[in-house]
Design a protein around this ligand. Structure first.
Ligand code: ZN
Length: 420
């Protein structure tokens, strides 16, 4: 799948300590000291436009991506797009559209939203449809290890047969079943070995698209898609037999919105471990949800705010970027008109400051921003520091403005993706 255009990043000469981030399941702080990092971020299901919750998630991982690059690391970044799944087929049927055309239209809109928001593209942007051969190969391995069973043509992975899979759930077993039910799982289906078993291959249903496989015509399950794509592009089969490498997880970071914590990311990691005998990821990072004016934003409530709508209303993409980045990424946050206005005010003051050839020194500001980002991506501190510096710059006498404004402009462009 084609991604969106890449951006030229300015070279920054500041000193960057290794990034520290808290891992979602263990709550441990992990320092990314390795020189090569592999990052897998779960993408959208293209049945609707990019809403602010999506944007906040992809901006979070863009910030991580930019920090790792600025600190001299090599980053392998892969993102998927679930271009075949129930919500896409349901929306296409509801709106009397061809599912392929609907997906293509929404994928193109997503690309233009990501481009406008200056999100760096992944090296590999992979669709579920193009990953079907990799899903089939993975299922063959599970089958050869007797980890699967078939229910009316649908192939399931048996969690009971994978050591630790049901013992290390991030929530209690009963909560897991409830969340699984809410998020597209089928815990109540009669005949399952365990209610939490995940479907690897769904048999062909009347009127639905299908692909041929050794298990009959059908389509892949959701969780296995991400396992197959991440391992193929970030951790190809090598080193599994090497006893030193076996203790190192297959990838550095798996990320997405906090609604993917369970079951999606948990199941991806169980599946990866069952395939390769190694832990899946060093770090799991989840971005909080975005609400609207005190309420949860959701498609069922009909209160989703779309990036493309804000842009067509004339909101500058950098205003959206500031508004979504200025609070801690892991917290659930609210979108409001006040937030938008305050971000717009900061953007306007930055434009005014950077329109001058010289500004007051940014040495301390840049150090503060780097330090705040390095310690768990503390963007609240970043924007406080920026506000303080702006205030100082406005009040300063002309002869105190001794630094070329290009220094901070390049820094904010490279590290925060902000251009003014
Ligand atoms: Zn995923």
């Amino acid at each position: 799948m084609r991604a969106w255009p890449t951006l030229d990043l300015p070279t920054l000469t500041d000193v960057f300590p290794d990034l520290e981030l808290q891992s979602s399941y263990s709550n441990k702080t992990i320092t990314l000291s390795q020189s090569k990092c592999s990052m897998y971020v779960c993408g959208i299901t293209p049945y609707d436009a990019t809403h602010l919750g999506h944007a906040a998630t992809y901006l979070t991982f863009d910030l991580i991506h930019r920090y790792l690059l600025a600190s001299g690391k090599k980053v392998h970044f892969v993102e998927n797009i679930t271009d075949i799944d129930d919500p896409l087929l349901e929306r296409a049927e509801r709106d009397h559209l061809d599912w392929v055309e609907l997906a293509e239209k929404e994928i193109e809109l997503f690309r233009s939203d990501m481009t406008a928001l200056r999100v760096l593209p992944p090296q590999f942007y992979i669709g579920a449809v193009e990953s079907i051969p990799d899903v089939i190969s993975a299922i063959e391995i599970y089958q050869s290890r007797n980890l699967t069973y078939v229910l009316d043509g649908d192939v399931y992975l048996s969690l009971k047969r994978i050591p630790g899979a049901l013992e290390n759930l991030p929530v209690s077993y009963s909560e897991a079943i409830e969340i699984f039910r809410q998020r597209g799982g089928d815990p109540d289906r009669p005949g399952k070995e365990d209610p939490l078993d995940t479907v690897l291959w769904l048999s062909k249903k009347p009127g639905e698209p299908f692909w041929s496989s050794p298990y009959g015509d059908g389509r892949p399950g959701w969780h296995i898609e991400c396992t197959a794509i991440s391992l193929k592009y970030l951790a190809p089969m090598k080193g599994d037999e090497d006893s030193q490498l076996r203790s190192i997880p297959l990838i550095t970071l798996q990320g997405g919105g906090s609604d993917l914590l369970f079951p999606h990311h948990y199941m991806s990691s169980v599946q990866a471990r069952a395939l390769r005998g190694r832990e899946f990821s060093t770090l799991y990072v989840h971005a909080g949800m975005i609400g609207l004016d005190g309420e949860k934003m959701s498609k069922s409530k009909g209160n989703l705010v779309f990036v493309s709508k804000l842009l067509s209303d004339g909101v500058d993409p950098m205003t959206i970027r500031i508004a979504l980045l200025r609070d801690k990424y892991s917290h659930d946050r609210m979108w409001s008109n006040d937030l938008l206005l305050s971000a717009e005010s900061l953007r306007a003051r930055m434009i005014e400051a950077l329109a001058q050839t010289h500004v007051v020194s940014t040495d301390t500001l840049r150090k503060e921003i780097i330090s705040a980002l390095s310690q768990g991506l503390n963007t609240e501190k970043v924007f406080h520091a920026l506000e303080d510096w702006l205030q100082h710059n406005i009040q300063a006498k002309a002869d105190e403005r001794v630094e070329s404004s290009g220094v901070i402009a390049r820094f904010l462009d490279g590290l925060l993706g902000l251009t003014f």
